[in-house]
Design a protein around this ligand. Structure first.
Ligand SMILES: [Zn+2]
Length: 308
């Protein structure tokens, strides 16, 4: 049977079996019972809900999965533990972990990570578009969701850096046609955007023209006209906030405020009060690591550490 790039069959291909398992006509591969299901759709913790899995997908999620258990079913007793969805790192750079996409995925799957939005701008500094393509191609082969953003700024501070290669608006146009590219990576040249730099605005336009998302990176405490000019340029999110006022300002502009806890950044505690104290809608906020060194992965974990 045909399999997609990750080796898993598509939902459409396994739907007949999922239906049969949920209806009790076929046995699941695995049933997890005795846990507390954290339901992020209804925002409830459902005590005693059980999960039946077939062909690597959820077939049944409900109060009693005993009808899904057959001779070949592996039954896992959760013993009161919480069952949560896979964790997502909303913005990060795999190269900061000193690893390739395959090895990074191997390191974080055990910590519960199932999705990552990655911007391979470090390799872009060295190998340009060719390096981005290598990371993009390897990301598509992994058994977790790795969504690649096209790096926007190599160099990030023109005139102050001597990168090996440069990224051009033409490179961005080309990459937007690749299958795994979901948008433009952090627009670090925020002074360029604020000043109306033609190259930066051309990269943003190339992204918006194909209906994809522009990632932000406004690394300044100035929340005056410069910040508003940057927001007007089109970035949909920003992870450079370090205090509550930064987080609030971003969400008020309709941007997603990303809060970081990586190897170098500790910006969750100082910004989460925008939700816990000021009562802003939590859907405007996203957790990420930005940079996660392999030592941090081994010793402290990945997104499970951030959530804790
Ligand atoms: Zn970043």
């Amino acid at each position: 049977m045909r399999k997609n790039s990750t080796g898993f069959q598509t939902w459409a291909e396994v739907a007949p079996r999922l239906v049969a398992v949920a209806a009790g006509r076929a046995a699941a591969d695995m049933v997890i019972r005795g846990g507390k299901l954290v339901n992020v759709h209804s925002r409830e913790v459902l005590d005693g809900w059980e999960v039946a899995i077939a062909a690597g997908r959820f077939a049944y999620v409900g109060p009693d999965a005993s009808h899904c258990i057959g001779d070949g079913t592996e039954v896992v007793e959760a013993e009161g533990r919480y069952l949560i969805p896979g964790l997502c790192d909303a913005h990060m750079h795999i190269e900061s972990g000193m690893l390739t996409p395959a090895e990074f995925a191997r390191a974080v799957i055990g910590h519960g990570t199932t999705s990552m939005f990655v911007d391979p701008h470090e390799i872009a500094n060295v190998l340009g578009l060719e390096g981005v393509r290598l990371m993009h191609d390897e990301a598509l082969l992994q058994p977790v969701n790795i969504f690649t953003q096209m790096p926007s700024c190599a160099p990030s501070a023109p005139g102050l850096e001597t990168t090996g290669r440069e990224i051009t608006p033409e490179d961005v146009v080309e990459a937007m046609g690749w299958p795994g590219i979901v948008g433009l990576g952090e627009m670090m040249n925020f002074p360029g955007v604020v000043a109306g730099d033609a190259k930066m605005l051309a990269e943003i336009a190339a992204t918006q023209n194909v209906g994809k998302t522009v990632g932000g990176h406004y690394a300044s405490p100035d929340l005056g006209p410069a910040f508003h000019a940057y927001a007007a340029g089109g970035p949909a999110d920003d992870h450079e906030g370090t205090c509550e006022a930064d987080a609030v300002a971003r969400v008020r502009q309709g941007m997603k405020s990303m809060m970081r806890l990586g190897s170098a950044w500790y910006d969750v505690e100082s910004q989460i009060t925008a939700v816990t104290e000021k009562g802003l809608d939590p859907r405007g906020f996203i957790l990420c690591t930005d940079d996660c060194h392999s030592g941090t992965l081994v010793n402290d974990g990945h997104m499970n550490r951030v959530v804790r």
